[in-house]
Design a binder for this molecule. Sequence first.
Ligand code: SF4
Length: 293
Amino acid sequence: MTANPSRRRRAAPAGAASPPAMAPPQAAPEVTAPEVTAPEITAPPATRATPRARPARATPTASRHGSAEAPRRARKMSAAQAAAFVRTLAAHNPAPRTELNYTSPYTLLVAVALSAQATDVSVNKATATLFPLADTPQKMVALGEAGLAEHIRRIGLWKAKARNVIALSRLLIERHGGEVPADRAALEALPGVGRKTANVVLNVAFGEEAMAVDTHIFRLGNRTGLAPGRTPRAVEDALMKRVPPELLRDAHHWLILHGRYICKARLPECWHCVVRDLCNYGDKVLWPPPRAA
Ligand code: SF4
């Protein structure tokens, strides 16, 4: 049944009980949502006011909650509010972990490289047959681009990813003795490895305090007022300053999890959000639409 948007916006009826507070799902957080391509939030071009001008129409994908490139922005949280926001998320998931399957820094790097514009589930399906055959740079190069492609054809951008994984494996052998370097510059020098991927590897494989800002964190930082920024890098820098130091190691897990499962792009599930009282978003969805009730 199609949900009535007007009902979604309706506030709770007078005298009604508060929406139930529910804990967020305990599923492990996604580490590797697709790279966000430095969106700039710009004003739409001005429309000429002529008698023949037609009013602009929303695209079918437009959402009142914003888009990945231009999420709705809220008033910036205070420092204390931001710290409490992250602490509350942490309290509800004390031991977050990645959803990607990997067995070593190298297999993590490959899994992250494959995950751009693909789900963790689809990557795990591919690596379930790939990694038993090729879990080192040497084995991957021996498998070759065509051999690798056989395992990743169902993943988006598989041709480019196959090229990159073989090329980065060669470079790891030539420059780093077949090991994944725990160094940002060296990681970002590898084919297909950008700042977000490097941050994931540095954080998950080497325990560094790094903030991998994917589409979920970019949206969450802006929508809630936790760390507003026009680019992923701006959001990353703001989060590195605002997240309590003792929580920096796992913060990106909590934020990705929250963005993925609760503060969703099209319909934030504010009605059972544990940080609802700390969030500055001005268009909270306080009651589930009929189809989700
Ligand atoms: S209250 Fe709503 S908008 Fe704010 S963090 Fe929770 S789900 Fe997101």
